[in-house]
Design a protein around this ligand. Structure first.
Ligand code: PMP
Length: 358
C-alpha cells in the first residue's frame, strides 16, 4: 500500500535552494561573502559551552526574550509587536497560515520571492501572481487592482527578489490607501540594508502607523547569519500573537539566538561590509550594461538579468566558467546573480563577457 499524500502536493514544486558545486564560486543564494565576525563566533561558542542549567541539553527560550528585547530597543518598538522565526521564510509561511485557508487568495508580484507561492499552496490558499512592469519593478497599481474579497494577504517585497527593484515610500502609501484594512500586507525587507535609495520605505515605521502592515526582516543576508536561520516580523500585537500560534515551538535555536544578539551588537563592524557590497553591485551592474545586458537598477545584494528563454543556457555557461548563478525559467524568467567578493564578481563578469548569446 502506498501512503496517501495530499493531492495538492502533486503539482507543488519543492523549494529549490541555490546549488553548491565543489570548486565553483556560489553566487546563487544572496549570502554575504565575508567570514563570520569573531564576536559572533565567540557568542555561539559561549552559548554552546553553557552549563547544565543553560546548555544545549535545554530547550531554547521560546520567546527569544533577549533578542526580542534588543530588537525592540533598536527599532523603537514594544516587544509585543515583534516575533522572531526560523528565518523570515518561516514567518512568510506563518503569515499565510495565520490569515488564509482553502479558497483564499494571496497576492504578490511576479517574479518575486520563490517561497511565496509555495507557502500559499501548502496552506491550501490560491497564489495570485501579478506581473512586474517592463522595467522589472513591482506594479503596485496592478496589485491593488487584483485585490478581491477573497484576498487575505499581499506580499510587497522591496528590494524585490529577484529583480532588485524597490518601491518608493510614497508609492507604498498610495497602495496601502487602496487596500482594505482587513487585508494583511507583508512588506518583505530581507535586503533593506543594501538599499541606498533615499525614497525607500521603512516597513517597521509603516507598520507602526497601519495595523494591517507587517514588516519582515532577516539576519540571513546583511548580518551574515544564513547558516543559523533567524528572521523577525514587526506588526500589530494581534497579528504577532497569531504568528506565534502557528509557529513550530522552539523554532529559533539557542545558538541562533546568541548569534543574532551578537550580530545586532556588531552593526558598526558590519556597515563597511554592506558598503563594499553596494560598491561591487554598482561595478557589476555597470560592467554588465557595458557588455550589452539589460540590468535593472538593484538595491539588493544581487543583480537581475531578464534573459527570458536564455536563462538556463546562460546559467550553464556560467557554471562551465566556475560560477553558480540562479536561473529562473518560465514566464518572466531570468538569472539572478549574488554580488560576491571582488574576485568572485570578476570571475562572473568574465563568464558574462564570453557568453555567446549576449
Ligand atoms: N524574503 C526574501 C525576499 C528572500 O529573498 C529571502 C531569502 N531568500 C527570505 C525572505 C527568507 O530569508 P531567511 O529565511 O533566510 O530569513
Amino acid at each position: 500500500m502506498t501512503v496517501r499524500l495530499r493531492s495538492a502536493l502533486a503539482a507543488l514544486p519543492a523549494y529549490a535552494p541555490g546549488r553548491t558545486v565543489p570548486g565553483a564560486v556560489k553566487l546563487a543564494s544572496n549570502e554575504l561573502p565575508f567570514p563570520t565576525l569573531p564576536v559572533v563566533a565567540e557568542a555561539v561558542a559561549a552559548a554552546a559551552a553553557g552549563d547544565a542549567a543553560r546548555g544545549l541539553n535545554r530547550y531554547p527560550d521560546n520567546g527569544a526574550t533577549a533578542l526580542v528585547r534588543l530588537l525592540g530597543e533598536r527599532l523603537g518598538q514594544d516587544t509585543e509587536r515583534i516575533i522572531v522565526g526560523c528565518g523570515s521564510v518561516a514567518l512568510c509561511q506563518q503569515l499565510v497560515q495565520a490569515v488564509a485557508g482553502e479558497g483564499d487568495e494571496v497576492l504578490f508580484g511576479w517574479r518575486s520571492f520563490e517561497a511565496y507561492p509555495i507557502v500559499t499552496e501548502i496552506a491550501g490558499a490560491r497564489p495570485v501572481r501579478v506581473p512586474v512592469t517592463a522595467g522589472q519593478a513591482l506594479d503596485l497599481d496592478a496589485l491593488a487592482a487584483a485585490v478581491t474579497p477573497r484576498t487575505r494577504l499581499v506580499y510587497v517585497c522591496t528590494p524585490n527578489n529577484p529583480t532588485g527593484t524597490t518601491v518608493a515610500a510614497a508609492e507604498l502609501e498610495r497602495f496601502l490607501d487602496r487596500v482594505p484594512d482587513d487585508v494583511l500586507v507583508a512588506v518583505d525587507e530581507a535586503y533593506r540594508e543594501f538599499d541606498v535609495e533615499p525614497g525607500s520605505p521603512d516597513g517597521v515605521e509603516v507598520a507602526s502607523r497601519r495595523s494591517n502592515v507587517v514588516a519582515l526582516r532577516t539576519l540571513s543576508k546583511a548580518y551574515g547569519l544564513a547558516g543559523l536561520r533567524v528572521g523577525y516580523a514587526v506588526g500589530d500585537p494581534a497579528v504577532v500573537q497569531a504568528l506565534g500560534k502557528v509557529a513550530v515551538p522552539f523554532a529559533v535555536n539557542l545558538l541562533a539566538q546568541a548569534a543574532a544578539v551578537a550580530a545586532l551588537g556588531a552593526e558598526e563592524e558590519l556597515r563597511p561590509r554592506w558598503a563594499a557590497v553596494v560598491r561591487e553591485r554598482e561595478r557589476v551592474t555597470e560592467d554588465l550594461r557595458e557588455l550589452g545586458y539589460d540590468v535593472p537598477t538593484s538595491q539588493a545584494n544581487f543583480v537581475w538579468l531578464p534573459l527570458a528563454d536564455a536563462a538556463l543556457d546562460f546559467a550553464g555557461h556560467a557554471e562551465q566558467h566556475g560560477v553558480i548563478v540562479r536561473a529562473f525559467g518560465g514566464p518572466g524568467g531570468g538569472v539572478r546573480v549574488t554580488v560576491g567578493a571582488p574576485a568572485e564578481n570578476d570571475l562572473f563578469l568574465a563568464a558574462a563577457r564570453s557568453y555567446p548569446g549576449r
